[in-house]
Design a protein around this ligand. Structure first.
Ligand code: IPM
Ligand code: MG
Length: 365
């Protein structure tokens, strides 16, 4: 029987609740489709700061490196808002991304038709976008720091502290993620939109040059370009016309929240962070740790359950099991089960808590 190692990082806030739901679902499909999963729980984020003094330990990173895949809930919360920047819980995410070489972040924003009434937009019938976000470069990982100057300016004020973060991208980094974007577009509706700020940024102009130079290798894919400000408008204006969006680390962070909101609830959005072939991928819901609802049973586990489905597909190659989870989620929604975030107009639906939603999915596998 095939056997896989999965590292599970519950993390903070609602993280442990939603990962526990996803683990139950993973166990169920493993039984049904004849493979075994060996789970190792580890800490990262605020809970790791509390136990080990740092958001990410070498031990957690080693467990993740030697696993086939990592399932992560969420990190962060108000308790750690005042710790020094290099020790913030979010550093755990950045450390896992760079430590595991997870340069490609897939964030599908799919509107389930049952949830269209939960979307803040009127008349969106369909939306199925794959955001491919570069995850280990750009301004998140560029040179940053501060300098101090006592220079007196012409208005008499003292210049003082200057803080800087730099957006830097190499040809190798850009080419690697663009090729992924083209390949995903080939497997979908064959449209790729490069989102950048090439009217202002030199780094964006390099993205465009490379995209147009490799486009002929993917003749079946239609490539277009959008400035990020325009893209944020067009996502609202014509969400159903997008297929694959490829973009830099920071633009992808921002646009994926916007696209998520359009689908109705960020509580539905899964993600995959992938590195070189053969290395472990990391799977997590796009929503954060939502400390305000932690422990109340209000958390929607579907984003993490759908992340587990992506884990089976992209890291373990267990596509039948992955399909079975997606199908069960669709049936659960069609049968009217709703956590508070996806209540919409509340007509004809059954309100459930985290456990109720998990049980509904489990019974449909
Ligand atoms: C995300 C989050 C993270 C990011 C934060 C928590 C560091 O917003 O995964 O989208 O900015 O990448
Ligand atoms: Mg974000």
């Amino acid at each position: 029987m095939k056997s896989y190692k999965v590292a599970v990082i519950g993390g903070d806030g609602i993280g442990p609740e939603v990962t526990s739901s996803a683990v139950q679902v993973l166990k169920k499909v493993a039984d049904k489709f004849g493979f075994t999963l060996d789970f190792t729980e580890c800490d990262a984020g605020g809970c790791s700061i509390d136990k080990a003094g740092v958001p990410l330990t070498e031990q957690t990173l080693d467990i993740c490196r030697s696993s086939d895949a990592v399932l992560l809930g969420a990190v962060g919360g108000p308790k750690w808002d005042n710790v020094e920047p290099s020790l913030r819980p979010e550093r755990a995410l950045l450390g896992l991304r760079s430590g595991l070489g997870l340069y490609s972040n897939l964030r599908p924003a799919l509107m389930f038709k049952e949830l269209s009434s939960a979307s803040p937009l009127k008349n969106v019938e369909a939306m199925d976008i794959l955001i491919v976000r570069e995850l280990t470069g750009g301004i998140y990982f560029g040179r940053h720091g501060r300098s101090d100057s006592s220079e007196v300016l012409s208005d008499g004020s003292v210049k003082g502290v200057t803080a800087y973060d730099t957006e830097e991208y190499s040809t190798a980094e850009i080419t690697r993620i663009l090729k992924e974007g083209f390949r995903y577009a080939q497997g979908r509706n064959k449209k790729l939109t490069l989102v950048d700020k090439a009217n202002v940024l030199e780094s964006s102009r390099l993205w465009r040059e490379i995209a147009s130079s490799i486009a002929p290798d993917y003749p079946d894919v239609q490539l277009d370009y959008l400035y990020v400000d325009n893209c944020s408008m067009q996502l609202i204006n014509r969400p159903s016309t997008f297929d694959v969006i490829v973009t830099s680390n920071m633009f992808g962070d921002i646009l994926s929240d916007e696209a998520g909101m359009i689908t109705g609830s960020i509580g539905m959005l899964p993600s995959a962070s992938l590195g070189a072939p053969g290395t472990p991928g990391m799977y997590e819901p796009v929503h954060g740790s939502a400390p305000d609802i932690a422990g109340t049973g209000k958390a929607n586990p579907l984003a993490t359950i759908l992340s587990a489905s992506m884990l089976l597909r992209w890291s373990l190659g267990e596509t039948d099991a992955s399909d079975a989870i997606e199908k069960a989620v669709r049936l659960t929604l069609a049968d009217g089960f709703r956590t508070p975030d996806i209540m919409g107009d509340g007509e004809g639906v059954t309100a459930v808590d985290t456990e109720g939603m998990t049980a509904a999915v489990l019974s449909r596998i």
